[in-house]
Design a protein around this ligand. Structure first.
Ligand code: SF4
Length: 416
């Protein structure tokens, strides 16, 4: 597998001068044959500015390409889990933008990535919305029929400029729709995609919600979406363009109750950091069907270092998930994973205990979008044994009998 690299202009090249390698944490390592897959549809390639491309020579020694050649990473579409980071050394002080960089190689005329397919990709394939004129037409039509609802105004930016699939689903009235409600958050994640402090050195890819939707606006959008999306439709609180939805738990509970007065079919989901247990309880008691809890670890030290929680701890997250499972909600984890960290023994053991204790049914493998060196410099260092990302998924499924591994939220029939 040939190394892939880029010149200053971002033109891509491959060479048999070095063997393509990957990084697990900070360590450059060989990638086994079964850990490579052909570059999947919907993936894109990026140059890592300011970096040196690294590879292995014939003896397995780590070597660098000449200084004016930079490392290249792939950005994977939904449903693919990254097994290794690109092999690179960062020569610049400037952190890399918030992306999920994945190792790339080239062989027999095609690109390969160090990844594993963890779910069925078509549901979240962005190319289903390639017809821009149809997107424009649906956005305009929905805004015309709901002129008073500011949520559609907000989501029109997500649909037209961010090309967010969930917001586009909302304007097409199908699959999983988006319902952002909170402009604030009770955490300060290092890699937050909707809000970054001035001094972080990298911008947040999305702008956070600035309106405060009313219960009436929430109900209008929920009923509209669930009516058009049918019995397998999902409407989801907690989007990339907002803070923490449970900060508005009282209003969400009212909105769920009022929505169920109009429609009984479809599913109501909340993507949340689940730190506010009392509001999670309110929303569960109001009739929540699905809950996706975002986390990077079940260990206090790692969780606190990344999430920087305000007024809660991972113990509150555990209580929330457990309450929801015990009250009929299908709970999944939005597990922010990183090769060389998540697959460490101490992380796996803590996660097995968390999953079995809380009744989590699905782990959604989410490639952490962040500059690898920046992230590693901010979390506790780790030394326990590494099992690899494939090993992590195998062990979780072996030690957590009820658990499924996937990449996005599924309706209850998927679990049967
Ligand atoms: S919980 Fe979500 S919104 Fe809050 S800081 Fe983290 S990523 Fe951002």
């Amino acid at each position: 597998m040939n190394i892939v690299y880029a010149n200053e202009q971002g033109d891509l090249f491959d060479s048999d001068r070095l063997i393509a390698a990957g990084r697990s944490g900070a360590d450059v390592t060989e990638i086994e044959k079964d850990e490579w897959i052909p570059l999947p549809k919907g993936a894109s390639m990026v140059m890592l500015p300011g970096t040196r491309a690294l590879g292995l020579d014939q003896h397995g020694h780590v070597k660098a390409m000449p200084t004016d050649f930079h490392a290249v990473g792939a950005l994977l579409p939904q449903s693919y889990t990254r097994l290794f980071l690109p092999a690179f050394a960062n020569a610049s002080e400037q952190p890399l933008p918030l992306f999920g960089y994945t190792a790339v190689g080239f062989e027999d005329g095609r690109f390969y990535v160090a990844a594993h397919q963890t779910d069925e990709p078509s549901v979240w394939d962005p190319s289903q919305y390639d017809d821009q004129s149809l997107v424009d037409k649906n956005v305009k039509a929905m805004q015309n029929t709901h002129p008073q609802n500011r949520l559609y105004e907000h989501l029109s930016t997500c649909a037209l400029y961010y090309e967010c699939v969930t917001s586009r689903n909302t304007f097409f009235g199908r699959q999983e729709g988006a319902l952002p409600v909170s402009g604030t958050c009770n955490a300060g994640c290092i890699g937050c995609i909707s809000e970054q402090p001035e001094d972080s050195g990298f911008p947040s890819p999305q702008t956070r919600l600035t309106i405060r939707p009313t219960v009436e606006e929430m109900v209008d959008l929920m009923v509209t979406h669930l009516q058009s999306a049918g019995p397998n439709g999902i409407i989801s609180f907690g989007q990339g363009c907002e803070g923490e939805p449970m900060l508005r738990g009282r209003e969400i509970a009212q909105a769920i109750t009022k929505t169920r007065e109009h429609i009984e079919t479809g599913y109501i989901n909340a993507n949340t950091n689940a730190g506010m247990t009392e509001n999670v309880i309110r929303v569960v008691d109001a009739g929540l069907d699905l809950m996706r809890v975002s986390t990077i670890s079940a260990r206090h030290d790692h969780y606190d270092a990344y999430y920087r929680p305000r007024g809660y701890t991972i113990d509150d997250v555990r209580r929330s998930a457990k309450y929801a499972s015990e009250h009929g909600v299908i709970v999944s984890l939005n597990y922010l994973v990183f090769p060389g960290v998540s697959d460490r023994e101490e992380e796996i053991e803590a996660m097995i205990d968390f999953i079995n204790d809380t009744g989590v049914r699905l782990v959604q493998m989410r490639n952490l979008n962040i500059d690898p060196d920046y992230y590693l410099s901010l979390i506790p260092s780790k030394s326990s044994e590494r099992y690899g990302m494939l090993g992590l998924m195998e062990i979780l499924q072996k030690e957590c009998p009820e658990l499924r591994i996937g990449s996005y939220t599924h309706t209850p029939d998927w679990y049967r």
